[in-house]
Design a binder for this molecule. Structure first.
Ligand SMILES: Nc1ncnc2c1ncn2[C@@H]1O[C@H](COP(=O)(O)OP(=O)(O)O)[C@@H](O)[C@H]1O
Ligand SMILES: [Mg+2]
Length: 170
């Protein structure tokens, strides 16, 4: 599925819509829901994630976790969310896959109640394999336009995205 955003506000807004759509889908049985987000620097990956997280946690201050690799945003139990945590990872600076062990990556993706958003997933092949939704942002035409391509084998997600009728015109 392809989308075009004409401003960072539109990209953020799409992050919100996508998050509302995703948190209503039941967790996977054995592992977390993993979303890989690719694109050049400045393509809008973090902007999308900001929309995604603040839709559920309005007060969250979402900044790029580049120097920390990972940040966790716990969801409040009293709000009856199915999911318990959103993780935001940025692998841009990792040089070795072993660095993922230090942030507890395996535990993170083994828990069905986690949603894991990963910028630069292509830095690690086994992460690409564990990604169930893949997004690719790119710069187009002018300074403020971005294109987004979403691929997923999850039929439910495809159906919901199609139903939401956002394609090509957010
Ligand atoms: N349509 C757009 N979508 C997202 N960001 C945009 C858009 N137009 C301009 N921008 C700007 O581009 C930059 C994107 O930064 P960021 O989301 O951190 O990118 P990335 O995480 O991919 O490196 C921000 O400064 C943002 O204001
Ligand atoms: Mg970023």
């Amino acid at each position: 599925m392809n989308y075009i955003f004409k401003s960072s506000r539109e990209t953020k807004q799409f992050g919100k819509l996508f998050s509302y759509l995703l948190i209503r889908i039941p967790p996977r049985k054995k592992r977390a829901r993993v979303i890989g987000i690719s694109g050049d620097l400045g393509a809008g990956k973090t902007t999308f994630v900001q929309g995604f997280i603040t839709a559920i946690i309005p007060r969250a201050k979402v900044t790029s976790p580049t120097f920390l690799i990972a940040r966790v945003y716990p969801l409040l139990a009293r709000k009856k969310h199915i999911y318990k945590n959103i993780y935001h990872l940025d692998l841009y600076r990792i040089t070795h896959i072993k660095e993922l062990q230090t942030i507890g990556f395996e535990e993170m993706i083994a828990n069905p109640y986690n949603i894991v958003l990963i910028e630069w997933p292509e830095k690690a092949k086994n992460i690409m394999l564990k990604t169930d939704i893949y997004m690719k942002f790119s710069h187009i035409k002018n300074e403020k336009e971005r294109a987004l391509l979403i691929t997923t084998k999850e039929k439910k997600i495809t159906t919901l995205l199609k139903k939401s009728d956002l394609e090509g015109k957010v």
